[in-house]
Design a protein around this ligand. Structure first.
Ligand code: R5P
Length: 291
């Protein structure tokens, strides 16, 4: 599919193997053989087994969890050492994107720190449903943000979803767009975050009685946001409530908590889990081949 004449190769980081493999399949290019291991003290070791001289490398690696960042930096270096001609970095889940501004004096703007360090020697950066596009403004190299949301909405339409819910006002634009494209009505809640694990949701009547409803968010972390929204929908008579997101972090037993209030949970493979039933690879492939 790539047309530059230079042979492309997809290089999987260990946090993004599944997506990298799907991407290589869609692009019909080889997937590099990367060996990754940890030394007894926890330090990372990487080795790329292919001949990469002159090739255009597409490195796919999350910046979450923290160990993935070190692996990413090592892989970038090893790829240039191996003689690649171009490096595109795909960051399916951009960890730290939620700390994208100064909320309190004295804090690190962590998203900027990560952006500064991962862009060295990179020709282009591609993210997927990055939490805040403000993060992309920090990069000095060209960036694109692919969206897996249409792939998620298409799945939701196929399973008979009758109402899309945004858990917060900030997500309204995204839901409105999906609603128009897939002809599914939408509404939204309004949340207030109290701390990392607790959210409060203003009581609001939505037209959900007897309907199959899907709550769509970019990230599910502790599940607190979705659980609170799903409880309101259940109380108002929703027939079925599904939770869907691009990035399923599912920390602190989130999947178990969600199982009490949601009939089904869906995420993409930007973070691999047992509910990664939609691949974000087609969205990444489209951005890669059209930019
Ligand atoms: C926040 O702004 C995000 O869009 C998500 O709503 C949030 O990260 C979800 O976190 P949790 O699952 O912990 O409520």
């Amino acid at each position: 599919m790539p047309s530059s004449g230079v042979q492309m190769i997809v290089v999987p980081g260990s946090a993004s193997r599944q997506l990298a493999s799907q991407l290589a399949g869609i692009l019909k290019v080889p997937l590099a053989n990367v060996q990754t291991k940890r030394f007894p003290d926890g330090e990372c070791y990487v080795r790329v087994m292919d001949n990469l001289r002159g090739r255009e490398a597409v490195l796919v690696q999350n910046t979450h969890p923290d160990e993935s960042i070190v692996e990413l930096l090592l892989l970038q270096d090893v790829l240039w050492q191996a003689g690649i001609s171009k490096l595109t970095l795909v960051v399916p889940y951009f960890g730290y994107a939620r700390q994208d501004k100064l909320f309190n004096e004295g804090e690190a703007i962590s998203a900027n720190t990560i952006a500064d360090h991962i862009q060295n020697g990179v020709d282009k950066v591609i993210t997927v449903d990055v939490h805040s596009t403000r993060v992309l403004e920090r990069f000095k190299v060209p960036t694109r943000n692919a969206s897996a949301m249409p792939l998620i909405a298409d799945y939701l339409r196929r399973v008979g979803t009758e109402l899309l819910i945004a858990p917060d006002k900030g997500d309204v634009e995204r839901i409105r767009h999906l609603s128009a494209r897939f002809s599914i009505p939408w509404d939204h809640f309004e949340k207030k975050r109290l701390d990392g694990h607790t959210v409060e949701m203003r009581q609001k009547r939505v037209d959900c009685a007897g309907k199959r409803v899907a709550i769509v968010d970019d990230i599910i972390s502790t599940g607190g946001t979705i659980v609170t929204a799903a409880q309101q929908l259940r109380e108002q008579g929703a027939k079925d409530v599904m939770a869907a997101c691009t990035h399923g972090l599912f920390v602190s037993g989130a999947l178990e908590k969600l199982a009490h209030v949601c009939g089904r949970v869906l995420s993409t493979d930007t973070i691999e889990s047992k509910v990664s039933n939609v691949s974000a690879a087609p969205a990444v492939a489209e951005v890669l081949t059209t930019s």
